[in-house]
Design a protein around this ligand. Sequence first.
Ligand code: Z5A
Length: 222
Amino acid sequence: MSKPNGCFITFEGGEGSGKTTQARRLADRLELMGKEVVLTREPGGSPGAEAMRHLLLCGVIKPLGPEAEAIVFAAARDDHVSTLIRPALARGAWVICDRFIDSTRVYQGALGNVDHRLIRGLERLVVGDTMPDLTIILDVSPEIGLARAERRGSADRFEAEDMEYHRLLRAAYREIAEREPGRCVLMDASAGADALAVRIWMTVSERLLRQRQPLAAPRAAG
Ligand code: Z5A
């Protein structure tokens, strides 16, 4: 068992949906409760994977095709899962990750047309049973998301795709949320960051924290 006590939460969604902002806020709140929190991201999160992040986002892998891209994302994930995520979960930490397997399913699978057998095969090999306990999918229109991402800075290889690409991306995320309601929660991310943080906290409390509360000690008789 790779996570006997720890808890694994991932954030997913299109550009500018607020993943990084909300992952940070959730981490802060859990830390205030005294939890050990490991806040991380993909691609990247470990020294080996961060080196691969640069190659993936600057576009040098793109000419090799979407299959090669999927394999490099999986190689980066392998390093991240084995050197950071699994050890943290095994010692009982809460791991919060900004993007994970659903990004590969959506960007390389649904949008890059990489065969789902390759995507799932890589997932089984690299992730195994280290699946997220909860995945929060932030859903926002591409118009709002890209405007936010633009305000933040220059476009990477994925942000530079056209509007239709971003509409398909949103639809692919919605489909995952519908298919896996036990793991995924879709949230309207067009609201302000404060309101969204409250809804995320309620979801984490209901789905994960309550289950992990130690049972009250039985009252002494008499
Ligand atoms: N990728 C892939 O193809 N396959 C894979 O397996 C993996 C990834 C793992 C990583 O980019 C790219 O890699 C990604 C998919 C691909 N594609 N792209 N682009 P990244 O990590 O560098 O970027 P990102 O994941 O798209 O994140 P982002 O653009 O930085 O967006 P965000 O994290 O969702 O949003 P944010 O940084 O929290 O907020 C963006 C701005 O909006 C910022 O100024 C905030 O202050 C503001 N903001 C945030 N929330 C709100 C609300 N609620 N209201 C108003 N303004 C807000």
